[in-house]
Design a protein around this ligand. Sequence first.
Ligand code: GDP
Length: 363
Amino acid sequence: MEAGIVGLPNVGKSTLFNALTSAGIASENYPFCTIEPNVGAVPVPDARLGTIQSFIKTEKTIPAVLQLVDIAGIVRGASEGEGLGNKFLSHIRTVDAILHVVRCFEDADIIHVDGQVDPIRDIETIDTELMLADLQSVESMLDKARRTARTGDKEGKQRVEVLEACQALLAEGKPVRSLSFDDATLSKMFKECQLLTAKQVLYVANVHEDDLTGEGPHVMKVRERAAAEGGAVVPVCASLESELAELDAEERIEMLESLGLDEPALALLARAAYELLGLQSYFTAGEKEIRAWTIPVGATAPQAAGVIHSDFERGFIRCETYSVADLEELHSEKAIRESGKMRVEGKEYVMQDSDVCHFLFNV
Ligand code: GDP
């Protein structure tokens, strides 16, 4: 899963990005992630990995990862090429979700680009740029689709239908996120447009150290806004997270305790992002590694196997499955088998959260 961090300048994006990605990961486990300066992969904290590890001996434990892209350069006028402009907007097209960092902390020493701290105005500035950029791409796609449609091409006509629906919403100043198409072809075409405002948004309220739970007036406004959009808000203090990131594991736990927190913001962020995107985890566990994998809620067993390798999906035969809770109760796979709790599931099986799987497949 990949998330793009957006927000106005000086709201704390880089501070947060650096804090989240500084922990670092063993990149040999993640061949897909090319590490560029503004791209980082962060392990998703998951207590269930620790539970599995306490009962199954293994060489290494590999958490799921969240890929983050720091997308700087969105300012008022970005869609018109102001600031770093369109080049940066194009970086967001491929991400699965947007983490929108909004400044909710007051600090006279840190200049706000628009003078006062006002998270709703900031959100609207960014949203406007994203909508304008979408409107431009919709209009240019629409020109092309209309030409194709005129030749009587069925797909061209369908594409015009999709794009006109997008254009109408954007022209009203609304994101296209709320659009959905019952028809599978139209729905696929809509996804292929890769519009920026089609992506789910998680607001990251960058709060003052004194308001870590995010009850202050600025955050409350963001909460209201997110609730109205069906989105979510995670309060984070970016400067505190960057201090936490410098500490070793033991000191970090101490500092979190002294602040009255159970876990770093990353854990909260990752969970909120999973929920927002309709994702869940399943696990594989063996002598070589215990590993968490990310799948959409509702994925079938072959689709889950396909996340490991596409050959596994094609050649899927069946899987043996139990839940992390079974392991906690019975302490070994052997005991789970003996108690009859090891399930054999076929191609139709819909994965449950916390499943631990052994796949059997043809290659
Ligand atoms: P960006 O332009 O959005 O990437 O913002 P930066 O991460 O560069 O932060 C801008 C300034 O705000 C820097 O001086 C940071 O140290 C400061 N800053 C970032 N987060 C916080 C925070 O949570 N509290 C306070 N007081 N300052 C912060």
